[in-house]
Write a protein that binds this ligand. Structure first.
Ligand code: SF4
Ligand code: SF4
Length: 394
């Protein structure tokens, strides 16, 4: 009988169950990390702006992961940079990351977390920001994070806000964060230029994919930022995770990642894989990051489709008779129907203080979305998630 060999996938499964120190993939893993930096990888490395830190082009967005063994498999595969946030899974995400990395050499991983503070900032904004950061560090069981992001800036004003700038500087000086940055879902190149002008941001975490309506302007701003020494981290590279607006057909993750990496100014991407198959897909892409002819044809085909990715262009807002925060609701829709992460949809919608029957005052919806979304239909499909007990949500 022919003996079956252990392939890379089996190896990852195995290493995920027996512990980080027990098994390593030669030449690619945490065991080979340089003491002062991460400089060895079979995946291409790029420099995170003026921080000088070299990161593999593939990182892990931990947001939806709830299995520490998946984290272990990613770490053992040579992923170095892990991205979480104060709000993910009500803090459990940071706790899982903290428990997993406890006791591991601090220079064998690179951690980013984020804290969201609503804008305009309240009088006690500084206290709130620092208390949340301290709680994040406690959950992470770390004295510092490598990147601390102000989470989800919506406007350009936030990028330039003097109180925020002063506070971020203090956080960096205190040693609680090595580098500071902001994340944004707003798809506004002017935010990137404002960051260059502000001169304090080391990193920007932004949505980057082929569906961006203002792709050219975004790419030009990204290039300016990179040349000014700002590291660029890409999220939402998979446009919501499905090939269709209804969330039925999974997207080709490899083609999407490779497309993002074609831009040399993108340092790394943080796909939010949630199982071993998705991790394998991402690793395979990072091993062979050049786009094939088929990848290019696939991306061209997808570019013409509606998909689930809301441009956050805000053209709908002024058309809505109830002034609903439609771009945020569309993001919540994508979390459930694209990412299959309904808990995050619920959290997002509850933060918006939406009523359960948000559209009940309209007989018909007159909002015209340039992406072709049937807004009222999507709102009706997602708002019921607010009523569902957490234990029944994915
Ligand atoms: S108009 Fe459409 S694409 Fe633009 S923010 Fe509104 S829902 Fe999103
Ligand atoms: S149906 Fe809903 S989205 Fe459309 S205009 Fe009315 S409240 Fe706004």
């Amino acid at each position: 009988m022919k003996k079956k060999g252990v392939n890379r996938r089996d190896f990852l499964r195995l290493s995920a169950t027996v512990g980080a120190g027990a098994l390593f993939i030669p030449g690619t893993t945490a065991s080979t990390l340089d003491k002062s930096n991460f400089t060895k990888s079979k995946y291409p490395l790029r420099t995170l702006g003026k921080t000088g830190i070299q990161l593999p082009i593939l990182s892990m967005g931990v947001m939806r992961a709830d299995n520490p063994n998946l984290l272990r498999a990613a770490y053992n595969s040579g992923i170095f940079h892990f991205d979480t946030a104060h709000g993910y899974q009500n803090g459990r995400n940071e706790e899982m990351v903290g428990t997993f990395f406890e006791g591991k050499p601090r220079d064998s991983f690179f951690i980013a977390t984020k804290v969201k503070i609503d804008h305009p900032f309240k009088d006690n904004f500084e206290q709130e920001l620092n208390e949340k950061l301290d709680l994040s560090l406690k959950r992470l069981k770390m004295e510092y994070v490598d990147i601390f992001y102000a989470h989800a800036y919506q406007t350009t004003d936030e990028v330039k806000d003097e109180r925020m700038i002063a506070e971020l500087k203090k956080i960096k000086e205190s040693g609680k964060a090595r580098f500071i940055g902001f994340s944004t879902h707003a798809h506004k190149p002017e935010q990137i230029d404002a960051a260059i002008e502000a001169g304090i941001y080391d990193v920007i975490l932004l949505s980057y994919n082929f569906k961006l309506q203002n792709l050219k302007e975004t790419q030009e701003a990204v290039e300016r930022a990179a040349k000014a020494g700002i590291g660029i981290v890409a999220m939402k590279t998979m446009t919501g995770g499905t090939e269709d607006a209804e969330g039925k057909k999974k997207i080709n993750a490899q083609a999407c990642l490779k497309w993002a990496w074609e831009n040399e100014y993108i340092t790394t991407a943080i796909p939010g894989f949630t199982n071993y198959d998705e991790l394998d897909e991402c690793l395979a892409a990072a091993e062979h990051p050049d786009m094939t002819k088929e990848d290019k044809e696939y991306i061209a085909m997808l570019t013409e489709k509606e998909l689930m990715f809301c441009q956050q262009c805000e053209q709908c807002k002024s058309q809505c008779t109830e002034n609903l925060p439609i771009p945020d609701i569309m993001r919540a829709y994508m979390y459930t129907y694209g990412y299959k992460y309904s808990q995050l949809s619920k959290e997002t919608l509850l933060e918006l203080n939406l009523s359960q029957n948000a559209c009940s005052s309209c007989d018909s919806c007159r909002v015209i979305c340039p992406s072709g979304f049937n807004i009222a239909e999507k709102i009706a499909a997602i708002t019921p998630v607010m009523q569902i007990p957490n234990e029944f949500l994915t």
